[in-house]
Design a protein around this ligand. Structure first.
Ligand code: ACO
Length: 432
């Protein structure tokens, strides 16, 4: 981002206030309001921060009007290659460019070296109810990693950040698999150092004692792609949660745990579970697709078409486009069929020709097709948002790093417009 390139004028109370305007590398412009309160006792009102740039960032670029998404400048479509590699993308997001052979090899080894959980942490699973929500377990376990890796509570250089990132990215996969095993009443399967990142996860999820799960190449590639497509999405709800917590100089584990909790919400990452419930309900005959569309449009009904709409995209989410074709690819390779894919296609077709969705520019988002792909891999629905979190972790780490090391970084502390009682007196309880 260049320094301010222009100025804007704000006219208020017959006073003219000049404000700097910054221009990003893709031509986006942002009015700098940082001095408005200090100099003029004025704040800006933007309740859900839909129009506020909270930082300068060089990680991910989105053009919501055109449906463009780039990681470190690289269009997301270019990661949809014959052998997608999540670990390479994770490194690029965190360190700013694609790694060379040596860097990738080193990172891969660091992940392998850190794939086991401390036995103390592993034992915590046994204290949890078998039906505990997986996202609650994930956020608690990531928070608890701070108890076992105190050396990473202060990160002041890239080497220590690499160590912490490798631990987090590697162990989150073990935590996720153990979460599933615990809820299914199955024994934990330890990670296999001879397997690559995604294959190792599938092994821990589905192998049985003395019965190794055969991970097919198709499955491994599909999982790499799903994780890549979730890896970062600039200042979304969970990334912002990570930044807010980080801005208080909280450690990486605490900040990422906050990200998990934000992601859990059904308006954010939790939507992938809601999509699946919606598709299943339609398939089982609970409602026809037409009825779902009608309910989503009805302002007296709380129901929303899950997996549709986005704060930033006013066009087809490029991730949903890739996932839709990835479903077709995987299904034809595995000769797999899923009636829920037909239900999803039908819902999409109805919505995309409905004036309500057209006028509001509501298109499928990443959550619309991701669940169908995860289901084809045998991942149970209650684990879908956990899968999103595994993918998003490198993005959170990259956002944390950018926030933590930013020049002049300050605690994030928004203001408010107070609309409560004017000054009033305390009344003794007997007199109320
Ligand atoms: N179904 C029906 N109507 C919708 C939907 C939907 N999925 N999404 C938005 N709308 C409507 C709103 O009711 C609103 O209508 P109005 O102008 O008549 O009041 C209009 O479209 C604009 O929507 P907003 O609520 O202002 O959009 P916002 O940016 O606040 O919300 C969000 C975005 C939360 C993603 C929303 O589209 C939604 O709830 N979608 C369903 C949940 C979902 O799929 N979330 C995942 C998002 S992607 C992610 O986080 C990974």
């Amino acid at each position: 981002m260049s320094d301010f390139s222009d100025t804007a004028k704000l006219l208020i109370d017959d006073k003219e206030i000049e404000l700097n305007v910054y221009t990003g590398v893709e031509g986006d412009r942002a009015i700098d309001v940082t001095s408005l309160y200090k100099d003029h006792k004025l704040t800006t009102y933007d309740p859900s921060l839909g129009n506020t740039a909270i930082c300068r960032s060089s990680i991910t670029y989105i053009d919501g009007e055109r449906g463009v998404l780039r990681y470190r400048g690289i269009p997301i479509e270019q990661f949809n290659r014959s052998k997608p590699n999540f670990i390479e993308v994770a490194w690029a997001l965190i360190f700013g460019r694609l790694p060379d052979h040596e860097e990738l090899g080193y990172f891969h080894d660091a992940l392998t070296d850190n794939e086991l959980l401390h036995e103390g942490l592993r034992n915590q699973f046994m204290a949890l109810p078998v039906d505990a929500p997986p996202m609650a377990i994930l956020s608690a376990m990531i928070s608890m990693m701070a108890c076992y890796h105190k050396e990473f509570l202060q990160l002041e250089d890239e080497t220590s950040l690499l160590g912490a990132a490798a631990r987090l990215i590697s162990k989150v996969r073990t935590i996720a698999a153990f979460t599933h095993r615990r809820s299914a009443g199955l024994p934990f399967i330890y990670p296999d150092p001879n397997l690559r990142y995604c294959a190792n996860f599938l092994h821990m999820m589905f192998s049985l004692p003395y019965k190794q799960f055969e991970v097919s190449e198709e499955m491994e590639d599909a999982l790499n792609l799903v994780l890549i497509l979730h890896a970062d999405h600039e200042q979304n709800c969970s990334a912002s949660a990570v930044r807010v917590v980080c801005s208080a100089q909280a450690n990486l584990f605490a900040s990422c745990s906050a990200g998990v909790n934000a992601l859990w919400g059904p308006l954010h990452g939790g939507a992938n579970v809601k999509v699946m419930e919606m598709l299943e309900m339609i398939y089982r005959g609970g409602h026809r697709p037409e009825e779902c569309i009608a309910a989503a449009k009805d302002k007296n009904n709380q129901f929303r078409l899950f997996g549709f709409g986005h704060r930033v995209y006013r066009n087809y989410d490029p991730r949903a486009k890739i996932l839709k074709t990835a479903c077709d690819r995987l299904f034809s390779k595995l000769k797999h069929k899923d009636p829920l894919l037909d239900v999803a296609r039908k819902l999409e077709e109805l919505a995309l020709r409905d004036p309500y969705f057209i006028e509001r520019k509501l298109y499928p988002n990443v959550d619309f097709y991701s669940g169908i792909l995860l289901r084809a891999m045998g991942i149970p629905t209650n684990m879908f948002t956990v899968m999103f979190a595994i993918g998003r972790l490198p993005g959170w780490i990259a956002q944390w790093k950018e926030q933590h090391f930013a020049d002049g970084a300050k605690i994030i502390r928004p203001r408010q417009l107070y609309v409560g009682n004017p000054k009033s007196d305390y009344i003794e309880i007997e007199k109320r």
